[in-house]
Design a protein around this ligand. Structure first.
Ligand code: ADP
Ligand code: MG
Length: 359
């Protein structure tokens, strides 16, 4: 898991082509920061820019984005604003994940020294089914006339996707030396849908991964446990909507929307973005947003492409900027600008490359 057969990906002269979707809000400026960092570290990456936005008549843009990601295999993405007021407008973000079958969403949430948080010692991975469940987009009104009185909204759970996401979670745990997987569900109420998910997770845990500890927890209790004793969690496995909510709780626990990255992985393609998938529109153009989540998304992408040493240099430089130099933006209680954190990361990268050249 988490490393495709990179031979399948578009590479030209040893360089990787990556589709970049800057998105709305702070996306474009964050992508610009990432581009400077990748240049500083001399990563063999070329950006292919696709401007996908929330314009309602931009169905071709979505097609173009999907074609580009299929060609390159990999994308780096900002979030695209979703409209609430138009029922036929499907979320571009969701449509991308669905059409590319990016069935796993993976967030690593860990406390970072010096960054304020209510708890210490959190280190967990949230693995969320990313294409079905409550996100099927299958809703309709019955008795619509004269005014809608009943709405039905379908949650779709399939054996195939449950098996796929469960095996993904256990493989991930094995590969990364993690000890425990917790399945999160509401099978006491949604007996058929979540019941199927829970049964499959439990069966696969017992029969295929007996060496990894496994437990199951109802989503309401899991939410309470998360805010009171989050250290108990290692890998968490869950269907789509619970995953969305639990991911945001977990990001909040380790410092907020600007810190954590999120990977969307399928068998053929991967899209890297921020964990909480915000646009941060209110912060756009102010040089205030925390670029950490986007920088970490680019680190995830480099690792996925097998560019470990480039990834390590960026990751170390970011850690030293945040922890040793305490370059903190306002969202984590600091007074620094986004650009100051980026400048510090680049300074550490330059020093490291210089050091390596002299060895
Ligand atoms: P908005 O688009 O109105 O800014 P979002 O829902 O996109 O709101 O984001 C939720 C909250 O998280 C907002 O308060 C936003 O400012 C904040 N936020 C999102 N991304 C970042 C970031 N990278 N750094 C700091 N704050 C952020
Ligand atoms: Mg927003």
């Amino acid at each position: 898991v988490l490393q495709t057969n990179t031979q399948k990906l578009a590479r030209y002269g040893g360089r990787h082509n990556v589709t970049v979707l800057p998105g709305d809000g702070i996306g474009p400026e964050m992508i610009h920061h990432v581009e400077r960092i990748l240049t500083a570290v001399q990563a063999p990456i070329d950006f292919e820019l696709v401007n996908l936005t929330s314009k309602e008549d931009a169905a071709e843009d979505l097609e173009e984005a999907i074609t580009a990601i299929k060609r390159n295999g990999v994308a780096l993405k900002g979030n695209i604003e979703t409209k609430f007021d138009n029922p036929v407008f499907v979320s571009r973000n969701m449509e991308l994940r669905r059409q590319l079958n990016l069935y796993a969403n993976v967030l690593h949430c860990a406390t970072i020294p010096t960054i304020p948080s209510r708890h210490t010692g959190i280190d967990m991975v949230i693995i969320r089914e990313n294409t079905e469940g409550e996100y099927s987009g299958n809703e309709h009104e019955t008795c619509a006339s004269p005014a809608p009185r009943v709405v039905e909204s379908l949650k779709v759970i399939t054996r195939e996707k449950c098996e796929q996401i469960t095996r993904f979670a256990f493989q991930f745990a094995k590969k990364h030396g993690r000890r425990k997987v917790t399945a999160v569900h509401k099978a006491n109420i949604q007996k058929l849908g979540d019941g199927l998910f829970l049964k499959i997770a439990t069966d696969i845990a017992k029969s295929e991964y007996p060496d990894i500890e496994y437990n199951a927890m109802i989503v309401d209790n899991a939410s309470m446990q998360l805010v009171s004793r989050p250290q108990q969690f290692d890998v968490m496995l869950m269907p789509n909507l619970y995953g969305n909510i639990i991911s945001n709780i977990a990001c909040g626990l380790v410092g907020g929307p600007g810190l954590v990255s999120g990977m969307n992985i399928g068998d053929d393609y991967a899209v890297f973005e921020t964990g909480t998938r915000n646009t941060g529109t209110s912060l756009a153009g102010k040089d205030l947003a925390n670029p950490t989540a986007f920088i970490r998304a680019s680190v995830d992408m480099l690792r996925f492409l097998g560019l470990q040493s480039h990834a390590d240099i960026i990751s170390d430089s970011l850690f030293r900027s945040l922890v040793d130099k305490r370059i903190h933006t306002p969202d984590i209680g600091g007074t620094h600008k986004s650009s100051e954190l980026v400048a510090s990361v680049i300074e550490f990268i330059d020093k490291e490359l210089e050091h390596r050249n002299f060895q």
